[in-house]
Design a protein around this ligand. Structure first.
Ligand code: ATP
Length: 342
């Protein structure tokens, strides 16, 4: 079913609304079959980027090229991309089968082909048995499956998804995430997926594009963004919840509560960041004394909010129960500490 595009090239793709630059010079080359997640906080320009790709919004600068063919000058319907939205956008008066067949019929695909392709698409999303139902009779997860089948049945060169799971409850979200991953593995369709959820982006994408204020902050594989964020903003977004101001030398980081050994490429005034799961009660290395203030039960572990002697608030993890008011020591292995310029 794969349409096999080789390259989608974005060069300086920008969109302004009056004084607001919603998308500021997005440049990247996407390889056919890649799953790209556009990630970032509310208002960072993710949807604007997706709508520019879809042809729903004209660019104010830049160009989009698909296998050497200029796309940004083409209207949405000529691009032929598959779209999946947050609100499903199904036709309520058409059966599931007819919703999925709609695009094929518009394209005057022969009837027998329409029938077999619709059946195959519904099988892919496990909805064969609901072919004759109407969208109103389906659950949210089932409706989103129909929307996905409708997008992939066209064998589009590009599938665009805008927060497709955000209207589903937590359990269904995780199930549908796996479904989308499986579908991508089976079909290999080049996909661009917008989300504000870092876990969703990390688990689905081959590469992530993290954005802020319309600008790309970092592009990389899930492993790169998870382990090597390039800035405090990216680190914070990727779960490095602890942020400490201090001074760095090439062998350590000194702050109000002590010195943590660790290698740093930065010297002088600096910001150290680490994940709660790396700052632990059972680690002796670099240990400092803190007072437990809040204890959250997280199944395999407890998440602690603690306060240091100097009054700094940190988040740490332990595996034995503790109570508010307890004095404990928390440590961190040097390789888990990131040090940035402030
Ligand atoms: P969210 O996750 O909340 O949907 P987003 O990352 O998708 O956010 P966009 O919807 O792309 O962000 O918006 C980016 C910026 O552009 C915001 O500052 C927004 O207010 C602005 N913006 C978006 N659409 C318009 C519009 N039609 N007119 C004016 N400003 C707009």
């Amino acid at each position: 079913m794969s349409p096999g595009i080789t390259t989608l090239d974005l060069a300086g793709v920008s969109r302004r609304f009056g004084q607001v630059t919603a998308l500021d010079g997005l440049s990247m080359t996407i390889t056919g079959g890649e799953f790209i997640a556009l990630l970032g906080p509310s208002g960072c320009g993710k949807s604007t980027a997706l709508n520019c790709l879809a042809g729903l919004l004209p660019l104010t600068a830049g160009r989009i090229t698909l296998d050497g063919k200029r796309m940004d000058t083409q209207p949405a319907e000529r691009r032929g991309f598959g779209m999946v939205f947050q609100n499903y956008a199904l036709f309520p008066h058409l059966t599931v089968e007819r919703n999925v067949a709609f695009g094929l019929r518009m394209r005057k695909v022969p009837k027998a082909d329409v029938r077999s392709r619709v059946r195959a698409a519904l099988e892919l999303v496990h909805l064969e048995h609901l072919a004759r139902s109407h969208p109103g009779q389906l659950s949210g997860g089932q409706q989103q499956r129909v929307a996905i089948a409708r997008a992939v049945v066209l064998r589009p060169p590009l599938v665009l998804m805008d927060e497709p799971l955000s209207n589903l409850d937590a359990k269904l979200r995780v199930e549908m995430r796996t479904e989308i991953k499986r579908l991508h593995q089976e079909l290999g369709l080049t996909t661009i997926y917008v989300t504000h959820d870092q876990e969703e982006a990390l688990s689905l994408a081959d590469r992530l594009v993290l954005m802020k204020d319309g600008q790309v902050q970092q592009i990389g594989t899930p492993e790169e963004l998870y382990a090597q964020p390039v800035s405090p903003f990216v680190a914070d977004f990727m779960g490095f919840r602890n942020q400490i101001a201090g001074t760095a030398t090439d062998t350590g980081f000194t702050f109000d509560d002590g010195t943590w050994q660790g290698r740093s490429t930065v010297t002088g005034a600096a910001v150290a960041m680490c994940r709660p799961e790396d700052l632990r009660v059972d680690i002796e290395h670099n240990a400092i004394k803190v007072t437990v203030e809040v204890v959250e039960y997280h199944g395999r572990q407890f998440l602690l909010e603690v306060r240091t002697t100097s009054g700094l608030k940190l988040h740490a993890v332990c595996y034995e129960p503790h109570n508010p008011g307890d004095e404990v020591r928390i440590g961190i292995t040097p390789d888990r500490l990131l040090v940035f310029e402030p």
